[in-house]
Design a protein around this ligand. Structure first.
Ligand SMILES: [Zn+2]
Ligand SMILES: [Zn+2]
Length: 248
């Protein structure tokens, strides 16, 4: 078959990289209850990049998964996309927008951080639950906004809750996610306050434990962790203890 005949037989399809690229589009839109819908068509270069990043993230996640991980492939891909975006937001060499690096912003009153009062709010998606706000605040940079006499906000600057040297100390001690059966490495992890700082818990080694994002969410939603003799003890929502592995 000649080259021209080959092209002829596919004339209903766009040919050439430029026309394929012309078809690219991505729609990301909030729906209901704070959910977000993603829909689009990616050109081959971008599509291959996305597939490669998603697959490597899902594979790394899967290798570290514990036996109680019952997520579907679709749920794993959704989590991987969140992880990839979060790493981008966490990287230090990103361009600044409006004088600072973009970050996920949760606006929350101190009462809400203690599990009471007005709900917290995401900048884009609106209200989120108290416990979700506490999870975000556990290991975040916090801007304390003090209201002036005419309720004008006076921003007093942004400070990380867990300073870099303390985080390094937690990483040196824990090495990976401490949830039983999980070995996700530090880049996947947050430093969780066993007693939340909003409840008076200190940001000290004795009150911090390294948890991957998935297990961090779990210990804010039903599972619990407490420090016993300097080691974290995890309990299921029914109060039974999860068997820990050997201490690191
Ligand atoms: Zn936490
Ligand atoms: Zn974990």
């Amino acid at each position: 078959m000649t080259r021209s005949a080959g092209v002829e037989s596919r004339r209903d399809y766009p040919t050439g990289e430029d026309s394929l690229r012309e078809r690219r589009r991505l729609h990301v839109s909030p729906t209901v209850f704070g959910m977000v819908r993603i829909d689009g068509d990616l050109d081959p270069d971008t599509g291959e990049t996305v597939l490669t990043a998603l697959r490597s993230c899902v594979d790394a996640d899967f290798r570290s998964a514990d036996q109680q991980d019952r997520r579907s492939p679709g749920q794993r891909r959704a989590d991987a996309l969140g992880e990839i975006c979060r790493r981008w937001l966490d990287s230090s060499d990103r361009p600044q927008v409006g004088g600072e690096r973009p970050h996920v912003t949760v606006t929350v009153g101190l009462e809400a951080l203690r599990g009471r009062g007005e709900p917290a709010e995401f900048d884009y998606l609106g209200p989120i639950g108290h416990e979700a706000a506490r999870t975000w605040a556990c290991d975040a940079s916090v801007s304390r906004v003090v209201l002036g006499p005419r309720s004008e906000p006076l921003d007093v600057g942004r400070t990380p809750v867990v300073l870099a040297p303390m985080r390094r100390a937690v990483v040196v001690r824990d090495r990976e996610c401490r949830f039983p059966g999980c070995d996700r490495p530090p880049p996947w992890c947050d430093a969780h306050h066993v007693v939340h700082w909003a409840d008076g818990g200190p940001t000290a080694l004795s009150n911090l434990v390294l948890l991957c994002r998935r297990h961090h969410r779990l210990v804010h939603q039903g599972f619990t962790v407490e420090m016993t003799d300097g080691r974290p003890v995890f309990r299921r929502p029914d109060g039974s203890i999860l068997q820990d592995r050997a201490p690191p």
